[in-house]
Write a protein that binds this ligand. Structure first.
Ligand code: NAX
Ligand code: ADP
Ligand code: MG
Length: 282
């Protein structure tokens, strides 16, 4: 198991080419945000925009439209009940995130199945939040997960998916076995997040802390991972994921020097400056 070092940021976050445009940095589709959890998918979308994704579409319950456009007008809106619109957006996306604030009803399960059935090998998929719980309730869908899937469970979500009790989740071999069964990358989020990569390499985060224990922190991470995958296409996927996970906690750590709690929205706001500083320091 290898610790993720701060060098990963300089390796992945590079100067943008002059002859680029928004399409260069990826089309991202974020699906989630039911009527109760709109904030979750808005944080995911906003994190993705602030982390540099070229074009972000947020597919959610229409009750969240005004809030979405107020908080992050750079993001486009799609009603997640609009089947034709969703079909088109799925087809056009480079990266899809599904789950933050999606909820656990019939529509939510239908949306997850639609994504699993339509996703192609060229697209990246991040499954987070409610979509992980839905997946754990439909284990026959595990075989539908394409190899480029990234699952981002917290410990309870990992227990639901794997039947590995939280008290046993320090057992790397057991987690790796389940990761192989799923055939995807697993970002097991906790104090000392461990990443079980698709090729069975294991990396560990040594930064971050309890100042991050606020609702929406994982929703924000999902948006950062998605944006990094959407724009840093030249780098190895394992390293891009490690860089995104490191970046999220490195910003939190920096903000915690002057803040008792670090809000997910504070991390989002700090992203562009932090990423610029990485280039200055390189
Ligand atoms: N502002 C919003 O709209 C928010 C929406 N959220 C969404 O709410 C939905 C449900 O997610 P939740 O995670 O809240 O609920 P879950 O029911 O999936 O997980 C929380 C349960 O897991 C237990 N647990 C044990 N270990 C844990 C760990 N290390 N981390 C977290 N929980 C642990 C908790 O005690 C609790 O019983 C998701 O779709 C999520 O994206 C949350 O992200 C909170 C903020
Ligand atoms: N005590 C802690 N130490 C380090 N990281 C933490 C701590 N508490 C929370 N986090 C981080 O915050 C995020 C929480 O994710 P999650 O539970 O999915 O949040 P949410 O669903 O509310 O957005 C993870 O990245 C986790 O590693
Ligand atoms: Mg979560």
């Amino acid at each position: 198991m290898k610790l993720i070092s701060s060098n990963i940021l300089q390796q992945i976050i590079t100067i943008r080419p002059a002859n680029s445009y928004k399409g260069t940095f990826g089309r991202l589709l974020a699906i989630g945000g039911n009527i109760n959890y709109g904030g979750a998918i808005i944080m995911t979308s906003s994190a993705a925009v602030h982390a540099g994704a070229g074009l972000v579409t947020c597919a959610c319950h229409p009750a969240n439209l005004t809030a979405l456009h107020t908080i992050v007008p750079e993001a486009m809106f799609l009603d997640y009940q609009d089947q034709t619109g969703l079909s088109n957006s799925i087809q056009q996306a480079d990266v899809i995130v599904i789950g933050p604030g999606l909820g656990n009803d019939q529509l939510a399960a239908k949306l997850l199945l639609t994504v699993l059935q339509r996703i192609t090998k060229q697209q990246q998929l991040i499954i987070d939040g409610s979509a992980l719980t839905i997946l754990s309730q439909h284990r026959e869908w595990y075989k539908l997960l394409p190899p480029q899937t990234i699952l981002t469970p917290h410990q309870m979500e990992w227990q639901r998916l794997s039947d590995i009790k939280i008290s046993e989740q320090n057992n790397i071999e057991q987690n790796l076995k389940m990761q192989q069964t799923l055939g995807a990358t697993v970002v097991l989020k906790k104090n000392g997040t461990v990443i079980y990569h698709y090729d069975q390499t294991v990396t560990k985060l040594a930064i971050g802390g309890p100042y991050m224990a606020t609702g929406g922190m994982g929703d924000t991470l999902a948006g950062i991972i998605a944006a990094f995958l959407a724009q840093f296409k030249q780098a190895a996927t394992n390293q891009v994921i490690d860089a995104a996970v490191y970046c999220h906690s490195a910003i939190a750590k920096q903000l915690a020097e002057n803040n008792y709690v670090v809000l997910p929205s504070a991390i989002i706001n700090a992203l562009p400056q932090f990423m610029r500083q990485v280039i200055t320091d390189a």
